[in-house]
Write a protein that binds this ligand. Structure first.
Ligand code: F6P
Length: 323
């Protein structure tokens, strides 16, 4: 164990995701078990700059493993994004005798954490907390499994109306610039089509398919749209214009971010929280933890951002075969 580090800081940053609390619980209890003190930093990097810091003990994380959101609260900080902000953050951490920082967050939070480590040399570890599943070094990020399940619950309900009223539904899901949630949701919902940023989409072919299908008696469709690819109202309007079919749209939005974390997310969070503390105990910094093929995986923070999913064409092909 590193001799110098006695206290670690922990924050959640960017969009909250179900499972973040389970990760907080794991970090806190695992760190305490190995003799580290834990400082909880409220409201992400912004709270760090404002010195909104609270000591955490075993009891601070009681009864949170099953709760969505994050007890540490979260924010997107413009101040920390600047070099001046990062310099101030390093000062605050030193003043509070915090020797290492664990950041639970997504793409933007990782980019900040990586720069904080590379340029200011502050010992920082990243833990992948985002529903978007857009980080490298891990099969899934914390919150993604729950977000997919939440979207599916809604889409299953929408399907009842789509069938009963013979309508087309366009459902927009989150994911930032990634189409991962959209593709998984489309496959799991048995949707007719999916529009994602990773693939160019042939709208004309979809319209033709619909007209053709309609002629043969197919009257309800569910089309999933990733927010990074298109806007549901526009897609819906164009469908009506080109096919004459009655179309409705639903933007699922932030409902996907909340709620009770799935078992998968709780387990992922629990394993990753401990893995992050292990890195600190063993003196490794500037790293991001993940789980790849069921094993804990560690990569450099700077390589963890901007994941490209490479299997989207094959998944799309499968979706269309099964439709
Ligand atoms: O990164 C998580 C996420 O939910 C994205 O899917 C979405 O684009 C974004 O956050 C929404 O951010 P906000 O809650 O700040 O509107």
């Amino acid at each position: 164990m590193s001799q110098k580090i006695k206290k670690i800081g922990l924050l959640t940053s960017g969009g909250d995701g179900p499972g973040m609390n389970a990760a907080i619980r794991s970090v806190v209890r695992y760190a305490l078990h190995y003799g580290l003190e834990v400082a909880g930093i409220m409201r992400g990097y912004q709270g760090l700059l404002e010195e909104d810091i609270v000591p955490m003990n075993h009891r601070s994380v009681s009864n949170i493993i099953n709760r969505g959101g994050t007890i540490l609260k979260t924010a997107r900080s413009k101040d920390f994004a600047t070099d001046e902000g990062k310099a101030r953050a390093a000062e605050v951490l030193r003043r509070h005798h915090i020797g290492a920082l664990i950041v639970i967050g997504g793409d933007g939070s990782y980019a900040g954490a990586s720069r904080f480590y590379e340029k200011w040399g502050f010992p920082t570890i990243g833990l992948p907390g985002t529903i978007d599943n857009d980080l490298n070094g891990t099969d899934q990020t914390i919150g993604c499994s729950t977000a997919i399940n939440t979207a599916l619950e809604s889409i299953d309900k929408i399907r009842d109306t789509a069938q009963s009223m013979e309508r087309v539904f366009v459902v927009e899901v989150m994911g930032n610039q990634s189409g991962y949630i959209a593709m998984e949701v489309a496959l799991a919902a048995g949707a007719e089509d999916v529009i994602i940023p990773e693939r160019s989409f042939d709208y004309e072919a979809m319209h033709q398919d619909m007209v053709e299908g309609n002629r043969k008696g197919k009257i309800s469709y569910i089309i999933i749209v990733a927010e990074g690819a298109a806007q549901a109202p526009v897609v819906a309007e164009n469908i009506t214009r080109h096919t004459g079919l009655e179309t409705r749209y639903v933007v699922l939005g932030h409902v996907q971010r909340g709620g009770t974390p799935s078992g998968q997310d709780r387990i992922l969070s629990t394993r990753l929280g401990a893995a992050a503390v292990d890195l600190i105990l063993n003196g490794y910094f500037g790293k991001a933890v993940g789980v790849l093929q069921d094993e804990i995986n560690v990569i450099n923070l700077k390589d963890a951002t901007r994941r490209e999913h490479t299997d989207m064409d094959r998944r799309y092909e499968l979706l269309k075969i099964l439709t």
